[in-house]
Design a protein around this ligand. Sequence first.
Ligand code: NAI
Ligand code: ISE
Length: 340
Amino acid sequence: MTKKNVLRIGVIGTGAIGSDHIRRCTQTLSGAQIVAVGDVNSDNARKAVSSYNINAKVYDSGHDLIKAEDVDVVMVTSWGQTHAEYVLSAIKAGKYVFCEKPLATTIKDCQEIIEAEQACGKRLVQVGFMRPYDKGYRELRNAIANGDIGMPLMVHAAHRNQSVGENYVTNMAIVDTLIHELDVLRWLLEDDYVSAQVIFPRSTRHTHAKLRDPQIILLETKSGIRIDVEVFVNCQYGYDIQCAVVGEKGIVSLPEPASVTMRSDAKLSKSILTDWKERFIDAYDIEVQDFIDSCLAGKLTGPSSWNGYVATVAAEACVKSQETGKVEPISLPNCPSFYK
Ligand code: NAI
Ligand code: ISE
């Protein structure tokens, strides 16, 4: 780290979220500087450098970026299937790494990461699950923990995107989209999943041949809580995240994002956001600032590789159920004390 205690970050993958994190580190947050960027599409990396007017070296290889002496920590924001190799390379270099969700796309890769990290003797990985940093979810968690609704019994949730492209296929509803709920709901309920089933309702005409949309995911937890999540990624009307927890004596629901109430043209209306970047902007800011501060303090406390592993185990059961139509078990080893 530099003497001034400014964290020098290298970013691998400068697409949608990579460039948004570069923007926030450069323009909004404190304590960090982007000194290196890399992308298999070097035009994307150069575009990020010019868009945010940063003094960063462009690397052709993510592994060279990780090894660079002036890169203190790494941010992995490339496609999901490339995360494991970069995270393992950062662990090998003894550098902190912020890895966007998913930690890895296979259980085996997640296991390799948690083993390598434990062998290092120190937490080096934070996974980009930002919802635990969202004010609304934090209020939900506090209300449940305070006993305000009694014992939680059921959760009704929805994850709706306005539309997705042709490269978004059926299993991505789980591994790319539902994975946020798989992480945040077990954090909210302080419970783990024991089974999953995916049901396909009638498909929307706004989808394409390789995507079953919408989908309903049914989860059961160890304590018997039943969860239903609707994933509907071509819902047309906006980006809409819903979560209601039903308890023995009340219901607590995720607040709607703030927006003015409009009286106009004989209508009373409120607008709905359309972009995940806007919906969770505060949560992303708090999450990445927490990563920066934790690296500077020498101790990570945000979502860990264990959280990434558990989400991938649950996601794999859901994907299996997409194929079998059956209730699929989810079994997890005990959480190592290293991650408690
Ligand atoms: P994107 O397609 O916009 O950008 C990904 C970038 O990574 C592209 O520029 C691509 O050329 C580059 N890339 C791909 N393979 C690479 C490799 N091997 N080495 C270096 N660069 C490589 O994708 P997006 O939407 O930015 O997603 C990136 C990751 O972030 C995904 O894992 C996604 O799930 C996650 N994500 C997380 C969000 C959240 O809410 N936390 C929101 C959006 C994405
Ligand atoms: C995207 O990758 C994200 O992580 C967004 O938060 C999510 O809402 C979207 O469905 C995913 O495709």
